[in-house]
Design a protein around this ligand. Sequence first.
Ligand code: AMP
Ligand code: MG
Length: 307
Amino acid sequence: MDTYMTFTAYGDNAGEALEKAEKEIHTLESEWSVTDENSEIYAVNHSNGNVVTLSEDTAGVVSFALEMAKETDGALEPTIYPVLTAWGFTTDENRIPGNEEIQSLLSRVGYEKVELNGQKIHLPEGMELDLGAVGKGYAGDLTAEIVKESGVTSALLNIGGNVQTVGSRPDGNDWRLAIRSPYGDGEVGVLEVSDCAVVTSGNYERYFTGEDGKRYGHIIDPKTGYPVDNGLASVTIVTEEGKMGDALSTSMFVKGLEGAQEYWKSHEGFDMILMTEDGEIYLTEGIENNFTLTDSFSNMEKHIIRR
Ligand code: AMP
Ligand code: MG
């Protein structure tokens, strides 16, 4: 998954649980990688329009990604890969594609053109699937499940910044999770939570600076084909399931400050922290009392979003 992972578990069965968890991650990676020639996603992307049968886990994550694409009105777009490639994010040979090229690639994008029936998938020729925006969160859920099945009641799974908590800290208190600054080094605040997923998206994670001096990030606005540039620096989602957190962090980042608030007001089951490029922070009311700014960020302008 092109990232670092740190798993911590407490209690008698911790060792065994972590071994199983690591194994699970490697299995999922081998099924979901876009670049591994043996992966299921690779097979779909090279199917030339033929139907491919997926494993249960892969069908599950694809089905979820398609559902969330619909739910977010296409802000989450699991077929954005051709555009991502044009910007060089898949090879690290970054470039700024021309507008014509982008428009022509956008004709190969559109989640609604993907047909999934049970475990059978049909992807039209020329299109490509990429689970980059939901895979880590989904893997977090499956891994948390395995850890729990081993009898562990307290664990922290960090999958490239997607944090999945199992239960609370061994002493019964909430986990204290540092929220990274999207403005440079350091941490903006500490979030105290139990039994949930905390997932962050931002352009500061992967970006390049173009010859025009502008910063281009790895999250693409599917409506334009250009990297998101809407004034948001990062979005953190706090919710029960990692897959939901992952899908929402990416899509709320695409929707922007106004769009994300609107979405939150009409959807239950999650809280969020939005940070803007000009240094303001917005928290939804559900986590108002669980979040504390660190000393170095204590003068950030803080807003509470209420229903
Ligand atoms: P995340 O770090 O979860 O926000 O996911 C970002 C990754 O998802 C990128 O590195 C791309 O692989 C992919 N991606 C970029 N833009 C989108 C989008 N609008 N919808 C779905 N996936 C995207
Ligand atoms: Mg995501």
